[in-house]
Design a binder for this molecule. Structure first.
Ligand SMILES: [Zn+2]
Ligand SMILES: [Zn+2]
Length: 358
């Protein structure tokens, strides 16, 4: 007999989710599973767990079935352990620790595309914040509304960054990069030779955000399999209207606050591919984005992905928005060693070259 009661574990998870004010449908998954199992004799539950037939029961899904199996094996379910580890008052501490561990930012824009400030000013603000590096990721050609850089302009930017770097304080550097559009067929919107030359490549979907599920999934999977893609930017494309206290106004061109629902894609397939190819999932800190939502951060974590907590800053002051991303990451139990921008510039650049799967 197991030393743990799987039904009690499911209820405990539901309770902790409710207390953390998580979405009702997530709570319901655990409550329904607990109810379904409570209606059966314990021996049948154990037998179904042993033969993988728990999910045949109405109300029991893959996640809840895994919890039950772990519980019956006498282990605290991973899901529960993570909730317990991140519950309550030490969240602030966890978020602060994560923010302190960040050594740079992998998604930022200058006035070369739709940002409001010159590269030099972005860099100096990053130095002030204590960063060791800033990855400059202006937009790619197809994003005309954001003055995306043609191959020629990007080449000129690379020369310019070299000069700016020479004048910056020792111990800090601008890393080269791009926020490249993931095109309709999943290809990346910049010359291959240039993508290979950049230190870090963030890829994002900015068009056709309402594509139907299978099309969007195929598109994202093709981009993730591209050896040049290092970080998957704001993966759902959602825009939420709420802003944290103290943040007012749209703040920049091109990213005006408006609501937009999440793109529809097979998140398990996408995160499994990210884990397989070593592509980092971005936790975008912009208050109007908060992308991905927490439930997807948790799924990416379960899938074994690494993350990048980025600001997507379009102005120097916005470089301080990492705190918002850290809070969401901490709520989901993302450990610092799974966040690529807690690594040194050398480690980050080396990682981006061959991105070992985890
Ligand atoms: Zn973007
Ligand atoms: Zn951006």
């Amino acid at each position: 007999m197991s030393a743990r009661d799987p039904i009690a574990d499911l209820r405990r998870i539901a309770f902790l989710l409710e207390r953390a004010n998580e979405a009702t449908y997530r709570v319901r998954a655990f409550r329904s599973a607990a109810k379904a199992l409570a209606a059966l004799p314990p021996a049948e539950v154990a037998e179904r767990a042993r033969t993988g037939k728990l999910t045949e029961l109405a109300g029991v899904g893959d996640v809840t079935a895994r919890c039950v199996a772990e519980s019956l094996a006498g282990e605290e379910p991973v899901y529960l352990r993570r909730l317990v580890a991140t519950e309550g008052s030490d969240l602030d501490v966890a978020a602060t620790d994560l923010r302190t561990a960040l050594r740079g930012d992998c998604h930022t824009h200058s006035d070369w595309s739709d940002g409001g400030s010159p590269i030099e000013e972005m860099a100096l603000a990053a130095v002030e914040l204590g960063h060791e590096y800033l990855v400059l990721t202006d937009h790619s050609p197809r994003l005309k509304v954001a003055r995306g850089l043609t191959a020629d302009r990007l080449r000129r930017q690379l020369d310019h960054v070299e000069q700016v770097n020479a004048a910056l304080p020792e111990g800090f550097r601008i890393l080269t990069g791009i926020e490249v559009d993931i095109l309709a067929d999943g290809s990346l919107d910049q010359d291959e030779e240039l993508l290979a030359r950049l230190d870090v490549v963030v890829g994002s979907v900015h068009s056709g955000l309402n594509d139907e599920r299978s099309k969007m999934t195929r598109r994202m999977l093709a981009a993730i399999a591209n050896p040049h893609l290092d970080i998957l930017g704001h993966c759902t494309g959602r825009m939420v209207s709420s802003r944290p206290a103290g943040v007012t106004g749209p703040g920049d061109r091109g990213h005006r606050a408006r609501t937009r629902k999440e793109s529809d894609f097979d998140a398990d397939a996408v995160f499994a591919a990210c884990a397989e190819h070593g592509v980092a999932v971005e936790i975008n800190s912009r208050p109007e984005r908060q992308d991905p939502p927490k439930r997807l951060i948790r799924r990416a974590l379960e899938a074994g992905c690494v993350f990048a907590i980025n600001t997507d800053a379009h102005a120097p002051g916005q470089l301080d928005w990492q705190r918002f991303g850290c809070e969401r990451a901490a709520r989901c139990g993302v450990p610092a060693n799974r966040v690529v921008n807690t690594w040194s510039a050398e480690e980050l650049v080396a990682w981006a070259v061959d991105r070992p799967a985890r």
